[in-house]
Ligand binder design. Structure first.
Ligand code: THU
Length: 177
């Protein structure tokens, strides 16, 4: 079933110049696919609910099948309950059946652009072996990096699988905690 979600802007609905984003280091245009993802993150930043910090963040994830899902941060009067943009985008993707994130764009009104917090890096690592990450602001160039750079040695599902193998050798029932 379709999950109600603010639709990510489609490339066809965007103006050509919104899809051309320069790499902050090389000053060369980024691949169009990344330009689209950045445009989606920029478009959703304005939907953030951030009355306490005033720090609005928009995020967009691209799945292996090409679908884009977006998210923005949602804060709470009980401050510690704030949910980051990256995690709302990942949750939207997962609820729509997505399991493989290949690229992430994060838009903040900060320069140099802010990178995802540690908790979001770990959430991304669950669904991305090594996603491309682009950090941007509402306009201007973008910085390109990778999840493996932001979070080396992530704890992964494979670690738990290995643990299960080590604790339950063939022919012996799994040890229970
Ligand atoms: N925030 C994000 O949405 N993503 C990040 O990676 C860093 C922080 C949000 C959480 C909170 O609503 C506000 O930014 C200030 O911390």
């Amino acid at each position: 079933a379709a999950v109600p979600q603010a639709a990510a802007p489609r490339a066809a609905d965007l103006k050509e110049d919104e899809l051309v984003v320069l790499d902050a280091d090389s000053r060369q245009p980024l691949p169009r696919e990344l330009g689209e993802l950045i445009a989606a993150a920029r478009a959703v930043q304005g939907r953030a609910y951030a009355p306490y910090s005033g720090f609005a963040v928009g995020a967009a994830v691209r799945l292996g099948d090409g679908r884009i899902f977006t998210g923005a941060n949602v804060e709470n009067a009980s401050y510690g309950l704030a949910v980051c943009a990256e995690r709302t985008a990942v949750l939207a993707a997962v609820l729509a059946g997505g399991r493989q994130v290949v690229a992430v764009a994060v838009c903040t009104s900060l320069w140099p652009p802010a990178a995802p917090c540690g908790m979001c890096r770990q959430t991304l690592a669950e669904f991305a072996h090594d996603a491309e990450v682009v950090l941007c602001s509402p306009s201007g160039p973008a910085q390109r990096t990778r999840l493996s750079v932001l979070l080396p040695h992530a704890f992964r599902p494979a670690d738990l699988e290995q643990f299960a193998e080590q604790t339950a050798p063939v022919g012996r029932p799994k040890r229970r905690p």
